[in-house]
Design a protein around this ligand. Structure first.
Ligand SMILES: [Zn+2]
Length: 199
């Protein structure tokens, strides 16, 4: 995929998430894999309103999340974790948003959020009668620390990671696949929060 093509897709998806209230301020970031040998990702640029991105508001990064070549915009500070997730999971797209439900669920379940016997698990890629534990890792400003914590608890069957007091990462074959998974996971976490008490 070309960088400008990826930029158009990232801008359109970002606008949808912003409209959902999941990318408030300039928070959150999305990425799509451009190539695998070597690994290259297109990541939304840092510090911009995600509801108003242009296709050019994108940065190409390497497997460390560092920009390749001279590019005018800075990549998201969290590009390093996107690259780590794409490398370890083989995903084609990684989405990270600051939705509230995952953060509340992690606050109540710092050892992992259990989801069980729920129809919406199918939209997350798991059978409705399965038991899924969504990993929770402590927040950090160091992407290597976050990446190590992600990899330590990585389960190939569970395409999500919640960062406590921060937000959620979900990945899939492409941006639409990742969004469908995230939409269903967010519903599942809202349900869990409501059942456990409070919204
Ligand atoms: Zn974030």
């Amino acid at each position: 995929m070309r960088l400008d093509e990826a930029g158009g897709l990232l801008a359109a998806e970002s606008a949808r998430y912003a409209a959902m209230g999941w990318m408030r301020g300039t928070s959150g970031n999305l990425s799509v894999v451009l190539g695998r040998d070597p690994l290259r990702l297109a990541v939304t640029a840092s510090g911009l309103d995600k509801g108003m991105l242009e296709p050019s508001d994108v940065v190409e990064v390497d497997f460390h999340g560092a920009p390749v070549r001279g590019q005018p915009l800075a990549p998201s500070a969290e590009a390093g974790l996107h690259a780590r997730v794409a490398r370890v999971s083989g995903a084609g797209a990684v989405v990270h948003v600051h939705a509230l439900a995952p953060v509340i669920a992690a606050e109540r379940n710092p050892g992992g959020i259990v989801l069980q016997d729920l129809e919406m698990l199918k939209g997350f890629g798991r059978p409705a009668d399965s038991r899924v534990v969504v990993p929770v890792v402590p927040n950090s400003q160091d992407m290597r620390v976050l990446g190590d914590a992600f990899e330590a608890g990585y389960d190939p069957a569970t395409p999500a990671l919640v960062v406590a007091r921060h937000g959620v990462y979900v990945w899939g074959d492409d941006l639409v696949h990742a969004r469908h998974r995230l939409e269903c996971l967010e519903w599942l976490l809202r349900f869990t929060n409501a059942v456990e008490g409070g919204a």
